[in-house]
Ligand binder design. Structure first.
Ligand code: HNI
Length: 147
């Protein structure tokens, strides 16, 4: 089981409580689709993903980015049992969506970069350390049901 210090808990709670999900979620997902274009294959039904401009102005992608962040919210609220919290979501991504689990880390990194850009100098190494730990636990939990 993952141990969290009080400081890590405070950092994670405070990052997510001040996050504008409608802004950060779409930006993180768009960045992932643009930087790692093979991730686009899972969004074949989302219409035009022809280039970066199309991806950034695609309303279905934006809505899905918001949904993913709300998914992360569940981990923030259940930091002591992220594995169980994501059991169902892990099955969905593996058995139904067939998302390659390597992609979870790519999206998580994009999210960290977008948050860093938003926070600017306030994104200290301590904050990054807590955030990277948190997303690593999420990525691990989402990958649990793969075999
Ligand atoms: Ni993901 C659906 C959360 C990474 C492709 N995804 C969801 C849903 C949530 C979610 C929540 C909605 C589930 C439902 O409808 O019950 N996804 C997350 C989280 C991460 C993640 C928290 C990691 C940080 N998903 C990824 C990645 C990909 C991905 C990396 C592909 C590259 N997800 C999908 C697809 C769907 C999806 C595809 C279904 C979308 C749809 O339109 O039904």
């Amino acid at each position: 089981m993952v141990e969290w210090s009080d400081s890590e808990r405070n950092i994670i709670t405070s990052i997510f409580s001040s996050l504008d999900y409608d802004d950060i979620g779409p930006k993180a997902l768009c960045r992932c689709l643009i930087v790692y274009p093979w991730t686009q294959r899972y969004f074949g039904g989302y219409g035009n993903l022809y280039n970066a401009t199309a991806i950034k102005s695609n309303p279905l992608i934006a809505a899905h980015g918001v949904k993913v962040l709300h998914g992360l919210d569940r981990a923030v609220k259940n930091m002591d049992d992220i594995k169980a919290t994501y059991a169902e979501l892990s099955v969905l991504h593996s058995e139904k969506l067939h998302v390659d689990p390597d992609n979870f880390r790519l999206l998580a990194d994009c999210l960290a970069i977008v948050i860093a850009g938003k926070m600017g100098p306030a994104f200290t190494s301590e904050i990054q350390a807590a955030l990277q730990k948190f997303v690593a636990v999420v990525v691990n939990a989402l990958g649990r049901q793969y075999h």
